[in-house]
Design a protein around this ligand. Structure first.
Ligand code: SF4
Length: 194
């Protein structure tokens, strides 16, 4: 089928408008602003990047119904970038059938483990995961620790690397850096530099 440029713009414009109207029920509910006023406000930090913008989560009946930038936060003063503005969808998706917000089914809430050479993910508990990580770090460090290189004391392992998270605060990053250095890890960096 041949389609002219003008017809294409008309079609995509209509589709975009339909999508906006279909999404109106929830956040453009005329009572939504009133509902938000009554919702419980919980302040948090955006988990995505190292800017650490402040956000307010609005909770209604135990469910997250909206997220906005925190105007009192000194870093972002109420603004959120497009990624931060999508924070709500990390937890909640709008169900167009029931016209209600529900937990995002794609959000991982359990430890998933894929054994070497396996194609299957298996659910494990946190205790198992922590013990497994500790065991693998010890094995790797024991097998690769160098006391000296070229006649110079180095006390290091280059087989382990550590990447800090933007979701951690200064104190947590300080402790992690201390832990890594005490293990002899020299390849350590932080997401804020990427
Ligand atoms: S809102 Fe954007 S800039 Fe701010 S922390 Fe989140 S991802 Fe980073």
């Amino acid at each position: 089928m041949q389609i002219t440029r003008r017809e294409f713009i008309k079609l995509t414009g209509t589709a975009a408008l339909a999508a906006v109207i279909a999404g109106c029920d929830w956040e453009t509910d005329p009572d939504f602003a009133l509902r938000l006023e009554k919702a419980r406000e919980v302040t948090t930090i955006c988990p995505y990047c190292s800017c650490g913008c402040g956000a307010i989560c609005y909770v209604e009946g135990g469910k997250l119904v909206s997220v906005s930038g925190d105007p009192e936060h000194p870093i972002n003063e109420g603004a959120l970038c497009s990624k931060g503005a999508s924070l709500l969808n990390l937890n909640t998706v709008y169900n167009y059938r029931s016209h209600a917000p529900e937990l995002n089914p794609n959000r991982l809430t359990k430890v998933l483990y894929r054994a070497p050479h396996s194609t299957q993910w298996e659910e494990r508990d946190w205790q198992w995961a922590l013990e497994r990580i500790a065991q693998r770090v010890k094995e790797t460090r024991d097998a690769t620790f160098e006391r000296e290189a070229g006649g110079v004391a180095v006390n290091r392992t280059t087989a382990i690397a550590h990447l800090g998270s933007a979701a951690l605060d200064n104190e947590e990053n300080y402790l992690l850096a201390k832990l890594m250095r005490s293990l002899g890890v020299v390849n350590l960096d932080h997401q804020a530099r990427l």
